[in-house]
Ligand binder design. Structure first.
Ligand code: 5GP
Ligand code: ZN
Length: 140
């Protein structure tokens, strides 16, 4: 728990949140400034900024809840699809420093884009570089 974290305050019940689901290690509530009807945030109850900071139990709890909730949200708001994503770190656009998964319902013709737009321009990557990157990740 971090004293000056808005999401920790929601977990503690100190500020109101429209909670839609709760498990031992994870909590889900509606985004207060939604990008679409039904926009939901799923968080670990413990305070961690980045996805990699979560324990594997917390990670499982968060992503299990995402898996559970996505069809329920879709049904509740009549969505056609979802964009599910994490702004994992300030340079990726994370504003609240408590890890959270966005579940954003999507509707046919809603004017939004795919997640591909999130990273800006595509780099020109050679096959050799792709091989090196794959090796670097798998050997880590
Ligand atoms: P980020 O940019 O960190 O990935 O997204 C933070 C999200 O948290 C935003 O979509 C924002 O609308 C939402 N948010 C910020 N403050 C609050 C709050 O006090 N309550 C709720 N329910 N959502 C919040
Ligand atoms: Zn927190």
């Amino acid at each position: 728990m971090s004293d000056d974290c808005i999401f920790c305050s929601i977990v503690a019940g100190d500020i109101p949140g429209r909670i839609v689901a709760e498990t031992d290690d994870a909590l889900a509530f509606l985004d207060a400034n939604p990008m679409a009807r039904g926009h939901t945030l799923v968080i670990p109850k413990g305070h961690h900024q980045r996805v990699a900071d979560l324990s594997s139990e917390e990670s499982r709890a968060v992503f299990d809840l995402v898996h559970d909730l996505a069809p329920r949200i879709e049904h509740a708001v009549g969505a056609d699809a979802h964009t599910i994503g994490v702004n994992d770190g300030p340079d990726a656009g994370q504003e609240v420093p408590h890890a959270h998964v966005h579940i954003i319902p999507r509707f046919e013709g809603d004017g939004g884009g795919p997640i591909h737009v999130a990273a800006g321009e595509r780099p020109d990557v050679s096959d050799e570089e792709l091989d090196d990157i794959a090796a670097g990740i798998s050997e880590d």
